[in-house]
Design a protein. Structure first.
Length: 182
């Protein structure tokens, strides 16, 4: 399967780069392709290089303006150029069979939230997972629980989001579907 990964365009923490490398290698070994934002920078570049280095397939989807800012990865299996950030998110969603967020910033959060919202609205039924390294996502999960308790989000918004802490668990959850309710 092809897995879309949302993650930081900044390098972040050492432990996050180690986790991205381990995940990339495990994906390639398991025969899973990577769909991602197409950059060579930050955690994004670390993950793409790990998948490629282990012989895996990587498809990048990059808006033209970011190519002009020279963030594009030149060694990918395929780099698709699109007009806007919105087109990029739609194309990544179309190409992927499953989604996972690693640590990142506002761009990562934007991509994760959109794909969770589309799931809640029934626009897709693909599994969505959080790869939680060193409790990075704990504050986000606390906010999500707070939204559920306050009546602003359905419990399924939380239960359908699978939280994993190892590449093995992630791949197991994604391969079996990972979604507990429609
Ligand atoms: P952030 O977490 O804010 O670093 O944003 C990373 C996410 O947003 C990635 O999954 C990308 O798809 C997208 N993105 C944000 N900034 C960039 C960039 N400079 N180059 C490529 N993709 C980016």
């Amino acid at each position: 399967m092809r897995i879309a990964v949302f993650l930081g365009s900044s390098p972040g923490l050492d432990s996050h780069r180690v986790a991205a490398t381990e995940l990339g290698r495990a994906m390639a070994r398991g025969g899973h392709g990577l769909v991602y934002g197409g950059a060579h920078v930050g955690l994004m570049g670390v993950l793409a290089d790990a998948v490629l280095g282990a012989g895996g397939e990587v498809v990048g989807v990059l808006p033209q303006n970011l190519v002009e800012r020279e963030v594009g990865h030149t060694g990918l299996t395929r780099l698709e150029l699109v007009g806007t950030m919105h087109e990029r998110k739609a194309r990544m969603a179309e190409l992927a069979d499953a989604f996972v967020a690693l640590p990142g910033g506002t761009g990562t959060l934007d991509e994760l939230i959109e794909i969770m919202t589309w799931s809640q609205l029934g626009l897709h039924a693909k599994p969505v997972a959080l790869y939680d390294v060193d409790d990075f996502w704990a504050p986000f999960l606390a906010l999500l629980d707070h939204m559920v308790v306050s009546g602003y989000a359905l419990a399924s918004a939380r239960t359908n989001l699978r939280v994993v802490t190892s590449p093995q668990d992630l791949l197991a959850v994604l391969v079996t579907g990972g979604r507990s309710e429609p």
